[in-house]
Design a protein around this ligand. Structure first.
Ligand code: 13P
Length: 343
């Protein structure tokens, strides 16, 4: 298979009706924070057994077409010794890998961050591919403040995302391009729309400059919502309308799928907002799906509490959340489904 055929096959395996992506690629400090919330120490064995439980959830492949892994997970195995990427691939779920190395302050741009990890990326991708990864993810982060993001921050981050995406495609891995505009702050939904539009314009301009094939990438953005400390919450309909208006103006129709991050929304909010988009815009040019971390895993983590005897409850909690987001992906989710028995 040539590289383009390989990319197209991965896209068609990942973009499927009623399915989205499970983000299980928390870095070491982030997973330690998630485990600390349930009083569990972040040992290698705890990370392995937790993620192995998630990936062996019976029926999960009906709702999830891809899973983003952290580097360590690529080389870990399930309880029966099967490598975790293979556990996913055997179910028809595409394994992917987070390849950025986290953020540092952007020099001479107060308040801005930029992500590290481009040096040696092509060699790392070749190795990850032999370990089963077929797509990659890179996240840039944009805090909203009175003076941020700045034009310099927006340009520098767009350039990083485009260089990463171009390298991925030359290696035959589908890039997930993730410009995360943070939900932190008390900004309005209008301000969020303005920032996200500016960021997406710059990202797609840079992707074009770097000759990234838009048909063979996925976009993982934030939804357009008010900041989490804003005095009023927006309804799912308001979020859907503001998000679609912004994305129609900035995201080319050639992009096959937009897989939103949850970014600190509650699991129910993330489902309701995605549902409103699909219910109100069934003819949007791209698939509107999910690539949730916290919004899929939070109930599962709390069911687990680090105890092996809670494995079935953990898997049930993940299954329930994945099923609800699959319904939201089709515009068929209702809040009443939240209280239905899991499963
Ligand atoms: P959240 O859905 O928890 O925001 O995580 C998605 C992700 O991959 C962030 O990089």
């Amino acid at each position: 298979m040539d590289t383009t055929a390989e990319l197209e096959k991965t896209i068609s395996d990942m973009v499927q009706a009623g399915k989205g992506i499970l983000a299980a690629d928390e870095s070491s400090p982030t997973i330690a924070k998630r485990f600390a919330a349930i009083d569990v120490e972040s040992t290698e064995e705890h990370r392995r057994s937790y993620r192995s439980m998630l990936f062996t959830t019976p029926g999960i492949a009906g709702f999830v077409s891809g899973v983003i892994l952290f580097e360590e997970t690529l080389t870990q195995t399930a309880d029966d010794g099967t490598p975790l990427p293979e556990v996913l691939a055997c179910q028809g779920v595409v394994p992917g890998i987070k390849v950025d190395k986290g953020t540092v302050p952007l020099a001479n741009a107060p308040g801005e961050l930029v992500t590290r990890g481009l040096d040696g990326l092509d060699e790392r991708l070749q190795l990850y591919k032999t370990q089963g990864a077929r797509f990659a993810k890179w996240r840039e982060v944009y805090p909203i403040g009175d003076h941020n993001p700045t034009p310099l921050g927006v340009e520098a981050n767009a350039e990083m995302l485009a260089r990463y995406a171009a390298i991925c495609q030359t290696q035959g891995l589908v890039p997930i391009v993730e410009p995360e505009v943070l939900i932190d702050g008390d900004h309005s939904i209008e301000r969020s729309a303005e920032v996200i539009a500016t960021v997406l314009h710059a990202v797609f301009h840079a992707l074009h400059r770097h000759r990234v094939l838009l048909e063979c990438m996925l976009l993982k953005p934030s939804m357009v919502t008010p900041g989490k400390d804003h005095p009023t919450k927006a309804s799912p309909e308001e979020v859907a309308d503001a998000t679609l208006r912004t994305f129609r103006r900035t995201v080319p129709a050639a992009v096959p799928s937009i897989n939103f991050l949850s970014g600190g929304q509650t699991p129910a909010e993330a489902s309701a907002n995605l549902n409103a988009m699909n219910a109100r815009y069934p003819h949007a040019p791209w698939a509107l799906s999910f690539s949730y971390g916290r919004a899929l895993q939070e109930p599962a983590l709390h069911a687990w509490m680090g105890k092996a005897e809670n494995a079935a409850a953990t898997q049930q909690a993940l299954y329930h959340r994945a099923r609800l987001n699959s319904a939201a992906r089709r515009g068929e989710y209702t809040p009443a489904m939240e209280t239905e028995a899991p499963g």
